[in-house]
Ligand binder design. Sequence first.
Ligand SMILES: [Zn+2]
Length: 287
Amino acid sequence: MKPVTRYGDGAGTVVTALGPIAVARRPCPACGAGNATVPPGRYSSLPWAIKQCPGCGFVYLDPAPRHEALNETLSWERSHAEERRRRAAARPIVSRISRLSHGRKKILPRNDIASMLARHAPPGNVIDIGCADGGRAMRLPEAYVPFGIEISAELAGAAETRFASRGGRCVHAPAEEALRDFPDGFFVGAMLRSYLEHEVHPAEVLHELGRTLARGGVMIVKVPNYASLNRRLTGRAWCGFRFPDHVNYFTPASLTAMAAKAGFTTEFGLLGALPTSDNMWATMRRR
Ligand SMILES: [Zn+2]
């Protein structure tokens, strides 16, 4: 079933410390409900409103920046620094503890998404969505051909050079549009690391991945876990809140449900969705 949750018109501009940002209204990205009259929830940081869909419970940003704004005004580096300042001001102690625990997690092998994928997917073409400069996908073993999608022109250029040396390529476009260039069943694997929380059309992108992954193909997904204990304890200071570039707030249940509609089964394993972790790691397989 093809999803129907499109950006609404309701266009406008939000003025921020980073400059003016073009935004558009969004229906619920999970079920398509309009939710125009649903008021901003308690985690909102106005003018950025976080809503919970009354119908399906999905948590998301509405309105959200348009793709071109994500590319131009909201480069990851700039908004990351801006958000770190906002969080530090909100709850200094919590913010510092959160940074320390990030350092600890970097030593865990789980974070090497290329190795995780190689353990599950047969040799073939692999797509890294939000591939940045391509470094991550280049860590895939020789048996894989790296492909990527990246909305920053500069990073996409760097990735293209790297991937071409191994027979792959990088597409500089929004993910849904970029995936349409690839034939059915073209990939054996996909890596979505810290990507799906930024995507204004997550269901549509998953649908395209369902089409372009071969049967049995594997997708490794890392996203912040909105159901985490830390979100409940630290509230607005939770490190998963980043305005306005995190536009979807997944729980293990809502991620599993959205992937199922696109034809994927989801497993978190023993450690993939611990309530004590701010992030979750899912292994999804194309049915
Ligand atoms: Zn909904």
